[in-house]
Design a protein around this ligand. Structure first.
Ligand code: ADP
Length: 444
């Protein structure tokens, strides 16, 4: 059994039957987030800024025009449908585009506009007429590098002559090739190889160095050291930028090692609460019994869409088959699927093609499906010690106070698991009402 590591959102999976390596899973989650993200994630928190030089004035911008960008770049931004800078961009962009360049460490949850910000910085500093690598961006996997490259291509659509190249495993370039592309995006191992062994990139000519997804990066064997070796070879005037969705101590220590004299920007994550959720439980004798209760609930109230959480893949599969045999349109989101398959399951559910999504912990993290009206814990979340997993309970059914809608949550509880439920109730100091599954009128 692999050790427990935090997810992208800082939470921890405990009892999922994980075959994957955790670092890989972390990168996969991050990619999944990108694939399904359609718009900015909002936050009601204030951006915290720690300046390298606290006496220098702090600029923030409310419009992209204020940044005095190249015309073609501004056109690219508007073509992407961006009207104004996101919360993190308001503070980060003036620092990133300042003269002389400033270094930056920025942390905010995924979907808040970090990638767009550093792509903008790279594109604005690149000289299209100079045909050698000028910007270098490190990413944890090929797929994540590709996603960033796509943003460069979209935002840089009108910056003709600016080109991207991927330094990733499998992209073989003959030694001695003259690399003329200005922006290189790659994984640390291959970039190191291209720089030192194959001498395809002259690091002393790099102007902007970006280390993206630092939390995923440090979780992958060897990437921290490789990144530091690359960074050490950069010229002192090179701008260095580091981004992370989370900021545990380990990420912070790494960030401080690799980014000299940084400004720091943080945007705290919107907290989840159970305040807007009416919670119920149904006492059951067996799995079959739980299923019956689920059907009664499902038949008894008008449900929009539902997400049903199971504790194991095996239970999730069983439930999926049962529901399908009873004629329900359900889909199963499980850790066995590839990231692309997961993204497509979530997309279909979002589009309303399926009404019910059955899933285990891992893959539903951080996926917010706003139209979901009910959440069912077919099994209560527990950790390896069979203690209640409060964190996961909150993640499954909680919503963000300001942006979330009201919701209903049902817990299917076998008699011997009742003490667990009571502990969950006490922990959150919230009321979980018992429900007679034969009598749905009790649901307010
Ligand atoms: P992060 O890197 O923090 O995960 P992204 O830069 O990928 O965030 O942005 C998340 C989503 O929001 C993307 O779909 C991106 O196109 C969009 N986005 C980014 N900045 C803006 C903006 N200023 N206005 C509107 N949408 C934006």
């Amino acid at each position: 059994k692999s050790p427990t590591v935090p997810n992208v959102d800082g939470s921890v999976n405990n009892t999922e039957e994980d075959d994957e390596e955790d670092g890989v899973e972390l990168a996969a989650n991050s990619l999944l987030n990108k694939l399904i993200r359609q718009s900015l994630v909002e936050s009601s928190h204030r951006v915290e800024v720690l300046q390298k030089d606290p006496s220098s004035p702090l600029y923030s911008v409310k419009t992209f025009e204020e940044l005095r960008l190249k015309e073609e770049l501004l056109k690219g931004i508007y073509a992407m449908g961006f009207n104004r800078p996101s919360k993190i961009q308001e503070m980060a962009l003036p620092m990133m585009l300042a003269h002389p360049p400033q270094n930056l460490i920025a942390q905010s949850q995924s979907g808040t506009g970090k990638t767009a910000a550093f792509v903008l910085a790279m594109l604005s500093r690149v000289n299209a007429l100079e045909l050698f690598p000028q910007c270098l961006c490190l990413a944890p996997t090929y797929e994540l590098a590709l996603q960033t490259g796509r943003v460069v291509e979209r935002m840089g659509k009108f910056c003709v002559d600016v080109q991207v190249m991927y330094a990733v495993r499998g992209n073989r370039i003959a030694r001695g090739t003259d690399v003329t592309k200005q922006i290189i995006i790659g994984t640390p191992g291959t970039v190191l190889d291209w720089c030192f062994k194959q001498k395809l990139i002259d690091l002393t000519k790099i102007r902007v160095f970006v280390l993206d997804e630092a939390d995923v990066m440090i979780d992958t064997q060897g990437f921290s050291d490789q990144s530091i070796r690359i960074q050490r070879a950069l010229p002192s005037k090179c701008q260095m930028l580091l981004f992370s969705a989370t900021f545990e101590d380990s990420v912070w220590q790494f960030a401080e090692r690799i980014i000299p004299d940084p400004n720091v920007i943080k945007l705290r994550k919107e907290e989840l609460t159970l305040n807007n959720i009416r919670q119920y439980y149904v006492l059951c004798r067996s799995r079959k019994d739980k299923y019956q209760a689920l059907c009664n609930i499902y038949g008894g109230i008008t449900v929009g869409q539902a997400i049903i959480f199971c504790q194991t893949r095996q239970n999730a599969r069983w439930l999926t088959v049962e529901m399908m045999q009873d004629g329900h349109q359900v889909s199963l989101l499980s850790g066995e699927l590839t990231v692309d398959q997961r993204a497509s399951v979530i997309q279909r559910f979002r589009d309303g093609k399926e009404k019910v999504l059955i899933t285990t912990n891992v893959c539903a993290r951080g996926i917010d499906v706003k139209q979901v009206t009910i959440v069912v814990n077919f099994d209560l979340p527990v950790n390896q010690a069979e203690e209640p997993d409060y964190e996961t309970y909150l993640h499954r059914i909680g919503r963000t106070g300001r942006f979330g809608k009201k919701g209903l949550a049902f817990n299917m509880v076998e008699v011997d698991k009742l003490p667990l439920l009571m502990r969950i109730q006490d922990h959150f100091n919230s009321n979980i009402k018992q429900l007679d599954p034969e009598d749905m009128d009790e649901i307010e």
